[in-house]
Design a binder for this molecule. Structure first.
Ligand code: 4NP
Length: 145
C-alpha cells in the first residue's frame, strides 16, 4: 500500500488489509510505504490513528518508510492511492512484469476510472478516506484471492 507520505492513507490501507487478511486467514504479507521520504520513521498521523481506532484497528505500531525499487520485486501487488503515486512507482520499475503489479486502489471499486483516494493531510476528511479505502480493500480481496 503506497501513498506520498506513508502517514495518512497507506497506513489506513495497510491496517484495513491486515484486518481482512487476519479475519479470513489468508496468510498474505502486507506492508506500506511512501514515495517521498518526508516522514520516515514517524508513526501514522494522529487523525489516521483515530479513525482506525474508531473502527477497531490499531495502527500505532506502523512506522513510515520510503518505497524502494526492490519492493517491486519483493511484492506481488503494489497498490497506489493516487495517479502521482502510480507514476512515481512505475518510474522505478525495470520490466513489464513489475509494472503490471502496480494498481490504483480505487480501480477495485470503480474499475477503469483511475480515481484517487484524496490526500487528507491538509484538507481533512479522514472518515471519508477510511470508507473509500475500506470498500476498495474488500473488493481487492474478492478479486485477488
Ligand atoms: P499521505 O498524506 O500521502 O496520505 O501520507 C500526506 C502526508 C504528508 C504530506 C502530504 C501528504 N506532506 O506534505 O508532508
Amino acid at each position: 500500500m503506497v501513498c506520498l507520505g506513508n502517514i495518512c492513507r497507506s497506513p489506513l490501507a495497510h491496517g484495513i488489509l491486515q484486518r481482512e487478511i487476519d479475519d479470513k486467514g489468508l496468510g498474505w504479507e502486507v506492508d506500506s510505504a511512501g514515495t517521498s521520504g518526508w516522514h520516515v520513521g514517524e508513526q501514522p498521523d494522529a487523525r489516521s490513528i483515530e479513525v482506525a481506532m474508531q473502527n477497531g484497528i490499531n495502527i500505532t505500531c506502523q512506522k513510515s518508510r520510503k518505497f524502494l525499487k526492490s519492493d517491486l520485486e519483493d511484492f506481488d501487488l503494489i497498490i497506489a492511492m493516487d495517479a502521482q503515486n502510480y507514476q512515481d512507482i512505475c518510474a522505478l520499475s525495470s520490466s513489464e512484469v513489475e509494472k503490471k503489479k502496480v494498481k490504483m486502489l480505487l480501480n477495485y471499486s470503480y474499475p477503469g476510472e483511475n480515481r484517487a483516494v484524496p490526500d487528507p493531510y491538509y484538507s481533512g476528511g479522514f472518515d471519508y478516506v477510511y470508507d473509500l479505502i475500506n470498500d476498495a480493500v474488500k473488493k481487492l480481496i474478492e478479486v485477488e484471492s
